[in-house]
Design a protein around this ligand. Structure first.
Ligand code: DGL
Length: 271
């Protein structure tokens, strides 16, 4: 049981930010990561499509013997978590929205939290619900920032263009008076941590940015500890699966994971 892999998937390489946090806190685990790069972005698509894609990704990963599935995508976690849990009741499934909400609730002092995410994450209000479940008096302001996804995938996550785009998306928040401004922004998309520097430059240091990667990794650690399922492999494996160009997955994925993917085996799969 302990040596079974943890499966993760995202619409693209964004979920590698979650894998990175997992590898730091759980270095002895085996991982299988699927990036559905051929069909990215998910966040602009309709609910039924996102659920269908998410179930196909899950089915692909379930071809392996997994001990846990991590939905390393806020869009999938917001929209498809109940459908995946219903179809796969026997495996533990962890989404990233609740851990992200928890990180935000721990960080805020003035009880006003802004959430940046894809269109479907913001429209579905999954973060609002998760934050209010923890802190019913919190104020939540959501803002869809869909172009951040493509920018992160294109390597345009820093500098002039990224900051201008952040100013564009955050203009309503930036013009609020100090007492009406959120003090915490959740990067509610696994692609957005790459734009953290640009967003922080635009909002200034009075607003803290949080994401769900660390809190998700802590939740996985806690669950595996509780069920006595931790692995301590000396030479753990990480298998990568992608639905589009392998070379592009490696090149685009490296900054998200923070380690070289040059020698990693990345398998091209069809869903
Ligand atoms: N990385 C995904 C998320 O966390 C979204 C990217 C997309 O739109 O496909 O929401």
């Amino acid at each position: 049981m302990n040596n079974k892999a943890i499966g993760l998937f995202d619409s693209g390489v964004g979920g590698l930010t979650v894998l990175k946090a997992l590898m730091q806190i759980l270095p002895g685990e085996n991982y299988i990561y699927l990036g559905d790069t051929a069909r990215l972005p998910y966040g602009t698509k309709g609910k039924e499509t996102i659920i269908r894609y998410a179930l196909q990704c899950t089915e692909k990963l379930m071809e392996n013997d997994l001990k846990m599935l991590v939905l390393a995508c806020n869009t999938v976690s917001s929209v498809a978590l109940p459908a995946i849990k219903e179809k796969y009741p026997h495996i533990e499934i962890i989404g990233v929205v609740e851990p992200g909400a928890e990180a935000a609730c721990n960080a805020t002092k003035n009880n006003h939290i802004a959430v940046l995410g894809t269109q479907s994450t913001i429209q579905g209000k999954a973060y609002d619900k998760a934050i209010l479940a923890i802190n019913p008096t919190a104020k939540v302001t959501g803002k869809a920032c869909p172009l951040f996804v493509g920018m992160a995938e294109e390597g345009l996550s820093q500098g002039f263009i990224a900051e201008e785009m952040a100013k564009h998306y955050l203009k309503d928040i930036l013009k609020l008076s100090k007492e009406n401004k959120p003090d915490t922004i959740v990067l509610g998309c696994t692609h957005f941590p790459l734009l953290k520097g640009a967003i922080q430059n635009v909002v200034g240091n009075d607003i803290q940015l949080v994401d769900s990667a660390q809190t998700t990794a802590k939740k996985v650690f806690a669950r595996l500890t509780k069920t006595n399922s931790l692995a301590e492999n000396k030479k753990p494996f990480i298998h990568f699966l992608t639905t589009d160009d392998v070379a592009k997955f490696k090149a685009v994925g490296e900054p998200f994971l923070g380690i070289s993917l040059d020698k990693s085996h990345v398998e091209l799969v069809d869903l």
